[in-house]
Design a protein around this ligand. Sequence first.
Ligand code: IVH
Length: 685
Amino acid sequence: MINFGSNSMRKEDAAAEIEQLKKEINRHNYLYYVQAKPEISDYEFDTMLEKLIALEQEFPELISSDSPSQRVGGQITKEFPTVHHRERMLSLSNTYSLQEVDDFYKRVSKLLPEQYESCPAFAAELKFDGVAVSLVYRDGLLVRGATRGDGSQGDDITPNIKTLQSVPLRLGSFSGEQLCQSGSGEIEVRGEVFMRKDDFTALNEARSEDEQFANPRNATAGSLKLQDSAEVARRKLFFVAYYMKGETVTVPSHYERLVLLEKLGFYTGGNFSLCYTLEDIYGFISQWAEKRWKLPYEIDGVVLKLNDIALWKELGATSKSPRWAIAYKYPAQRAKTIVRKVVFQVGRLGTITPVAQLEPVKLAGTTVSRSTLHNLDEVARLDVRLNDTVFIEKSGEIIPKIISVDKEERGGDTVPIVVPDVCPSCGTPLERPSNEVNYYCPNEDGCPAQVRARLEHFASRNAMDINGLGKAIVEQLVSSGMVSDAGDLYSITEDKVRGLERQAEKSAAKLLKAIEESKKQGYDRVLFALGIRHVGLATARELTAAYPSLDKLRKASIEELSDVPDIGPVVAESIHDFFGKPSAAAIIEKLRAAGVRLEAAKPKEPVNLRFEGFAVIFTGSMEQYTRDEAAGLVLERGGKVVTSVTKNTNLVVAGKNPGSKLEKARKLGVKVISESEFDEMLHEQ
Ligand code: IVH
């Protein structure tokens, strides 16, 4: 055993360590969320956070409200208190017309004192498509986060706001940057909370069909109003700051305030410019008309604000919006095309969805060739037929949608859309329950399209996340008869996969590895992956908390299930029905035999603090651990990982083929250990 001293910690040491960890975590947060230049892996970050939480648990009196540990959520708010905004949260006057931008520019110029008449400066920014919120800081500490509401009063959603990593809990906490002279007094920062497009897509993928959000803005609004802040923390919301005000904020121009906001730790998006002339303004507008499609989030226009803040008062505001700013909105992206064909897709629950195949057309940066028609009610509402000319828009600028039919162009060749009598995949007669708009294929177990869709769902990123198990390979696995439910995935062999068309040796091995890895996924994901109707990932988590093992859950009655938070009678019945089916029992037994997790993980065992106060360096490759894992394990146990050997380095872990660091360490007399000694230290009690 290698002994490096005692593990117990004095309170003063813990306080110093907590401060250090807070600072480091805030710095990495800033690097990740504001500058998009992370220096460490997510794993290392999480380990640091876990360490902070563990120390705070040991010394609860050292927890401060600005600790990054306070972001993980957990507070449940039954009803959000109403708060009054000190200064009314105005809206912006919107326009779609460049002529009106021209009028605004000239109007503002005229109203200004003489010296500005030739060229007042405007700050041009992006108009983020999210939800406006107000943050109040007192003496640098976040004390309140509120929604806009009606402009005069909104909801106090502080516990939810605190979970957003891009909201500093203390101003300038990572760098010691002081707010103007003192950092004291009350400061209000306003901005938009939004969801990135990819996070929005992933969120919807993790929700059941009837829980889908229409666009990232709706998803954001819905998330901010959640009562459970731990769920808000999982929603990956961002805050972008675009306005600040406070007695101690003396910076005289809006542009400089945006720069100051960045220094204080806020994300601004960074895409703002000063414009002196109308040409500059038009240039900014036209530049972002195209570039916006490449942004990871949605914007719906550009905002122009008079740069000199002293003049804002002079110009004043109407009852709704300030006269010193205007929003130019990009026109909705529309295109005209022709419906060439309508196919009927069969979903994993047997739902039949009409999908229009369109003459390919460019829209909002991509080529669109298909669009869902949702159901027959939608087909009737649009009165759309085959060969019709239609207008399409990207709703929420992600999913193309048919908006209307151009009836003037309707010729004699249009054909009404009718649902086939039988399932396009298996030929079983379709059914339509009397209270529903959808048609269903009732052949749950035998319909190849349903089997395929269930497997795709099982493998999807929020479920078992089996990389490489895409549409094409699923199709081959099912049609070859190798796989007929998710349980079969765990008994396929590399040989057999290699025998499939277009399956190279390498990709077969990769797929098998991904399937094997998926056995490590948590029980909540497995539950979601089973594809029970109405059970999205959030519901699966609720179920996991109430029934930590699948065997217990299977036995629950509808009444018992209805007692689980957020589970109503419809969902309870659906869960109960699912487990009553022989096909479900068969899958579960196969998953069990394969070693897939059917129980919630036990709480983590406490780890030793073997590396307390140690600066550790790795050189060479290890057999059991990746560098990231090894670094995380050291951090978890109180140590620090450094990248170059100095006299302050305490320990070198030398793997196979060590580099020059080993030599240097020996010269400096630093202790060197092997991988197995390292392993021994990790597991010492
Ligand atoms: S400034 C007093 N700047 O657009 C002016 N608003 O249509 C306060 N918005 O309610 C707003 N991006 O929710 C401003 N760069 C930006 C913005 C922005 C998005 C939203 C905001 C506002 C709405 C008005």
